[in-house]
Ligand binder design. Sequence first.
Ligand code: TPP
Ligand code: DXP
Ligand code: MG
Length: 626
Amino acid sequence: MSLLDTIHSPADLKKMDRSDLPRLASEIRARIIDVTSRNGGHLASSLGAVELTLAIHYVFDTPQDKLIWDVGHQSYAHKLITGRSQAFDTLRKPGGISGFPRIGESPFDAFSTGHSSTSISAGLGMAHGKKLAGDPHKVVAVIGDGSMTAGLAYEGLNHAGDSRGNLLVILNDNDMSISPNVGALSSFLSRTFSARYLQDLRAEFGRFLKSLPKIGDDVYQLAKRSEESFKAFVTPGMLFEAFNFDYFGPINGHRLNHLIDILQNIRELKEPVLLHVSTKKGMGYPPAEKNPTFFHGVPPFDIKTGEKKPVSPAPPTYTEIFGKTLCDMAEKNNKIIAVTAAMPEGTGLSPFAEKFEDRFFDVGIAEQHAVTFAAGMSTEGFRPVVAIYSTFLQRAYDQLVHDVCLDGHPVILAIDRGGFVGDDGPTHHGLFDLAFLRTLPGMTIMAPRDEAQLVAMMKTAENTPGPSAIRYPRGTGVGVNVDMDCPALPMGKAEVLRKGSDLTLLALGRPVHEALLAAEILADKGIDARVVDARFLKPLDTSLLREIGMEGKPVITLEEGILASGFGSAVLEFYGDEGILSPLQRLGIPDRFMSHGNPDDLRKACGLDAKSIAETAQLLQKKVAA
Ligand SMILES: Cc1ncc(C[n+]2csc(CCOP(=O)(O)OP(=O)(O)O)c2C)c(N)n1
Ligand SMILES: CC(=O)[C@@H](O)[C@H](O)COP(=O)(O)O
Ligand SMILES: [Mg+2]
């Protein structure tokens, strides 16, 4: 029997002899590698946090002591030792356990995560809640160096230091975000100090102090007396101590005994403490150590070679077409710049970064800054393109309202992962963007039905004088020919793709294809459906909508986004304002969060597949006729 099989909860772990923990760590690594090789998942971060996970659970009394995993993509070992070993095979599978901590999944998941940099704020809230309730238990927040680039993390530190929360923040520093970490702070954290370097620096600093007139010598004596304060002055401790945290580290995050000893000591401190731990992303699996970016969020792979499992040939992804088109546009227009918030690979900007180094900005996990930075750039005559996942754009709503739209700055939002993303689930589905963008005055919003139209929309955005957004799905296009020389679209004009006299299917973005298929099904049943690709959510093609509405025939709107305030709502509002009484039904995402799962299944569950659309159309027609 393996050691892992004997662990049903952290209580079993605590009974183990420390000398057995390294063997358990290897078993956990093997299990994580095995399951992610079949299911895909966040492998490299989870491998890097195995010892840290064991040490925390060995020392603290979870779930009474609360443990929060920032982002949560490193929590696989935590899942394995908190009662989910049996279920681990179902990781990220439909109906299986989530790839992130979920409060509803286990009492050991103290806070649901997925988006970065929330752990310090949430942990501080818990710490103060416990204090008010007289609960002496501890709160531990584990946050990565990449996640420390977001402003939210500093808002939490600032408040924690000031309010003296009983919070332990563990900075899991592997010197990587998904790509190499960026920013001044990152180089500060990863600065290593050799004894020789420290000595030289100390001597130089001493000479400087002594050279100060009058007080210099006294200050020098004072500084010399305290070795620790000198170290704190030049090491990362300086930063965290300025936030009023007690700083420990950096320590090796793979040396279990050492980790446990340190955690046992600092467990007793009842104030804000930051423990800086150095780990290696992908630790224990050579291919992941060598290429942590590929193994950050990896598709199924061959364990022996570390190669992606072969997939049948498929059209290029929207992301690839976006990246290629942007390079093409930037070649001709030197005002185009590209901005990403720590997602150069995911958003397809890597080729741009290589070709146009000066015009590429990776700002780290800082979506709010990315948007306002782009607004600033646009005031200097540039055309910034912020390439961002739909779900992470949610972070930057006020920046869109206040910094971009209020003055109509021509910032282009290239919104990737619009719609269902699949295995990452509710934290990552891009279902709210259409609804929240539509309310912004002056914003042009487009959604392509295929990859060729994405190119045309990018050209349209380039010609648009104000802010614009193009929202496209995760994954492969539909396989149409892409013409890089295609013209821009006429502003706010929809396209009738199929004529029909009985009813209209009015779709935006990806669902256009399902609408066309549904029209075929309806034709077999003797119903003649018109199919319209709206292309623009804003401005709407009001003249075409009016024409269709005046016919008085059923209209069905289709969108892969939340129904509240989305595309269908926009059409409904327009008809309401115009006094048009056509029977209208909206199809999209209902008023609830959607779990992880196969995107096609999720679409079916929302009635967005061709068969369901055809059924809805038939029912609506019957209702109208009755
Ligand atoms: C707000 C937000 N932006 C972007 C991401 C995408 N993302 C997930 S993990 C990650 C890197 C995090 O780096 P770090 O915290 O150092 O953890 P590591 O992957 O190194 O373990 C990024 C950019 C996210 N989850 N949330
Ligand atoms: C944890 C996280 O936020 C990212 O790693 C995300 O899972 C990437 O998603 P894609 O696989 O769609 O790039
Ligand atoms: Mg990191």
